[in-house]
Design a binder for this molecule. Structure first.
Ligand SMILES: NC(=O)c1ccc[n+]([C@@H]2O[C@H](COP(=O)([O-])OP(=O)(O)OC[C@H]3O[C@@H](n4cnc5c(N)ncnc54)[C@H](OP(=O)(O)O)[C@@H]3O)[C@@H](O)[C@H]2O)c1
Length: 338
């Protein structure tokens, strides 16, 4: 049975979605091995609970994630499938060995990527479609213009952006209506607050926040002795290395005290904090098991009052994290960091 969970609207022109979205990336890639049956069961449990926003990317496992989301949608009860809003990222180029080969935002590439995504997902339209990283050789107007054509043709409903800075957001919004910007935002990744968030708010663009648990680092479940596979993003992420990791986990312990006093979990505090930042923000949680999903959904029942928020900010001040949020080679693709 479907439970009602709160909804939020993505920007002034975007769809109404559940206040928490499910990010499906980790079910296929980047966080080590995952369990396909449990992944599909997690998507079903999310839909059952009233989650309507599913986020994927065509390059997550080179099509694997879209096939998985497609399978989960196909095998879900029709009513739940119809409520689902699927957000898809495209543009990252991968080799058969999983290597990362750059980004392609050319109009003809946009249409090509979309054609394949529709097939893999088994849907007749994509709800929100976005370039994963700015292609420096293609003006954003051209990429967004191509998605706008797909909107006109009925293959896409809304245009989104991902990890771009305020200037690119403005240029994109001058080209076509933009529903949301997907970008990292958490207690320890607050870079959007200076310029990006004021710009999206001025323009009526929503935020779908990813990494709200900093990829598990501030979930309260991550331990320093955890062995990470070589293909796990976190094995290369500066925040998960040596002294940085020790420091960052000490922040989690400070957060744990507050969580214990409130009788909730660390992950719930971290998600509730992002939820508290404004109704224009929809956190995407990367749960890939029903247990983690259930914990994440519990954050919707956590209210942080002024005293709680002050305690959280004292435990984890805005610039408290040690280490950059991406390895150097990936930071250079982030228009949002310029
Ligand atoms: N636009 C972009 O550039 C971009 C980049 C990255 C991600 N994304 C999207 O955002 C989504 C979320 O990102 P993310 O997966 O990095 O974020 P996240 O939610 O910060 O991290 C997910 C990780 O946290 C761990 N975790 C521990 N407790 C959890 C709980 N209660 N609920 C959920 N996860 C818990 C998971 O652990 P386990 O090891 O136990 O599974 C998983 O490894 C992705 O799935 C993807 O769709 C977008």
């Amino acid at each position: 049975m479907t439970t009602t969970i709160p909804t939020r609207t993505l920007g002034t022109t975007g769809p109404q979605v559940s206040a928490l979205g499910l990010g499906c990336m980790g079910m296929s890639a980047l966080y080590g091995d995952s369990d396909r049956a449990e992944s599909v069961a997690t998507v079903h449990a999310a839909l059952e609970a009233g989650v309507t926003l599913l986020d994927t990317g065509d390059f997550y496992g080179m099509g694997h994630n879209e096939l998985l989301v497609g399978e989960a949608l196909r095998t879900a009860p029709a009513a739940l499938r119809e409520q689902a809003r699927v957000s898809v990222k495209f543009g990252a180029l991968r080799g058969p060995d999983g290597s990362w080969l750059g980004y392609d935002g050319r109009p003809e590439a946009v249409k090509n990527f979309a054609a394949y995504s529709l097939q893999r997902l088994g849907v007749d339209h994509i709800d929100v479609y976005r370039l994963a990283r700015l292609d420096p050789s293609v003006p954003i107007e051209e990429t967004v213009g191509a998605i706008a054509e797909l909107v006109e043709q009925g293959y896409v409903r809304h245009i989104g952006l991902s990890e771009v800075g305020a200037d690119t957001v403005r240029r994109a919004a001058a080209t076509a209506p933009i529903a949301d910007l997907q970008i990292e935002y958490s207690l320890i990744s607050r870079g959007i607050e200076d310029r990006i968030l004021p710009a999206t708010r001025e323009l009526g663009i929503g935020i779908t926040a990813y990494g709200v648990l900093s990829r598990g680092l501030i979930s309260g479940h991550f331990t320093a002795d955890r062995q990470l596979a070589a293909n796990d993003f976190r094995a290369l992420s500066p925040r998960f290395q040596g002294d940085n990791l020790q420091h960052n986990l000490s922040l989690v312990e400070a957060l744990r005290k507050i969580a214990e006093e409130k009788g909730v979990s660390v992950a719930q505090i971290a998600i509730a904090w992002v939820l508290s930042r404004g109704d224009d923000i929809v956190p995407l949680v990367g749960a890939r098991s029903r247990n983690r999903l259930s914990e994440a959904l519990g954050a919707l029942d956590v209210t942080l009052d002024a005293a709680d928020l002050a305690a959280v900010e004292k435990a984890v001040p805005a610039d408290a994290a040690a280490g950059a949020r991406y390895p150097e080679s990936q930071m250079e693709h982030l228009d949002s960091e310029r």
